[in-house]
Design a protein around this ligand. Structure first.
Ligand SMILES: [Fe+2]
Length: 135
């Protein structure tokens, strides 16, 4: 069973960014499945590595658009991105060194952060970008 089921309430009304969000959801769901089915730490570590890599790519896409169109809330939004990357990066280091494991708490953090960020900060740029002709 998947942890997050994509639905239209997650749409930020920009196709490329929706697709990237769907990919992030997919990776988080894969990680969740991997945890539930007892995959090795090596495999889980690879999924977390992918998640971090794709998250950075995606954040950069948003931030490039913010810069290009001078989005008024770009500084605060970028700060949220940076904090998330830092937190997940720290977790990855701890996970790799064996100091911590993947738990339901970690999964809940990832899921809740992503959903809250998409539904809050991300949806807040929909109208702004749409008005610039970005769909
Ligand atoms: Fe964002």
């Amino acid at each position: 069973m998947s942890l997050i089921n994509w639905n239209d309430t997650y749409s930020v009304k920009v196709r490329m960014l929706d697709n990237q969000h769907k990919r992030l959801v997919e990776i988080i769901n894969t990680l969740h499945d991997g945890m539930k089915t007892g995959k090795s730490n090596e495999i889980l570590g690879k999924i977390i590595f992918d998640l971090i890599g794709y998250t950075k790519t995606h954040f950069q896409s948003e931030e490039d658009l913010f810069e290009k169109y001078n989005y008024p809330n770009k500084v605060l939004h970028k700060k949220e991105h940076d904090e998330f990357v830092k937190t997940v990066g720290k977790f990855y280091e701890d996970f790799k060194s064996g100091r911590t494991g993947l738990s339901l708490d970690v999964m809940n953090f990832l899921t809740n952060w992503l959903i809250k960020h998409i539904k809050g900060s991300d949806k807040a740029y929909s109208n702004f970008l749409n008005e610039k002709g970005i769909y």
